[in-house]
Design a protein around this ligand. Sequence first.
Ligand code: ADP
Length: 319
Amino acid sequence: MRKIAVLTSGGDAPGMNAAIRAVVRKGIFENLEVYGVSHGYEGLINNQIKKMELGDVGDIIHRGGTKLYSARSEEFLTLAGQNKAVANLKNLGIEGLIVIGGDGSYRGASRLSELGIKTIGIPATIDNDIAGTNETIGYDTALNTIVDMIDKIRDTATSHERTFIIEVMGRDSGQLALNAGLAAGAETIFIPERQTKMSDVAARIQSGLERGKKHSLIVLAEGVMSAESCSLELGKYINIETRLSVLGHIQRGGKPTAKDRVLGSRFGAYAVELLLDGQTDVGTSIKDDKMYFVELKSVYNQKKNYDSSIYQLSKELSI
Ligand code: ADP
């Protein structure tokens, strides 16, 4: 293999830049030509493919977002779109492609592999909802951002003796809500993986009030319901005023943590090694701090498990 390409696709995540940098530099170190594709699969279809040099990835390791831009592509869902993408890569003599993204991006990468391009996925999403790997790029940064925000909300919740409902991202996954809730000492955590009875939440708040505790933090994963619905539901069981805070896109931005930069760098370099080994249709993965690869199909056909012991612990520590 002489020429490879890299793209970022789907939702952006802090640490994607560290992975792009590692792919480019490790590729050049291995005497490959490395091409950057802008705007994900949309850029692949529109031939936005440029050769990258060492300096093109200078000064990006500490930046959030993605230097290559990310996009969602409707056209790439069609066979005609996929064929255009393959033709553009083949015209440039590119045999291998590294796709940095989430579940949807992995499905796209699998299609390209079926059409004759060797593809490697790198898991990147703040939601940490990709099976087959303990962590995804961006999760640690988002978790720290959320905990920082909740700490700030706690100050005002304590001062004004209020109950706050804090809605956090995660799509169908409760990983961010669960671990941020534990780290920030929330009284209640709602995650899609577990049923939480509103009557129990109200009873806990009531017993807290009776003990003289006047503020409470509820962390709510967006996949359960909106903060507004949660407040309305809770109001059916207890007569308290709640304040709502939807953290929103703040959670996706910002400087990547050291952990995400290290993870991005390791995944990026490992993905190049996998291409050189002749692998395709696989994704990088980390378990017990070691690099592995897993079949892309096994990743997107499974739901990631959550750690029920963390849920239990958060309940035990917030009595
Ligand atoms: P993420 O990768 O973060 O999960 P998306 O689900 O939006 O984000 O997927 C990113 C892009 O991957 C989509 O816009 C689309 O172009 C491509 N994609 C998603 N699902 C498929 C699929 N089943 N087949 C081919 N391409 C897909």
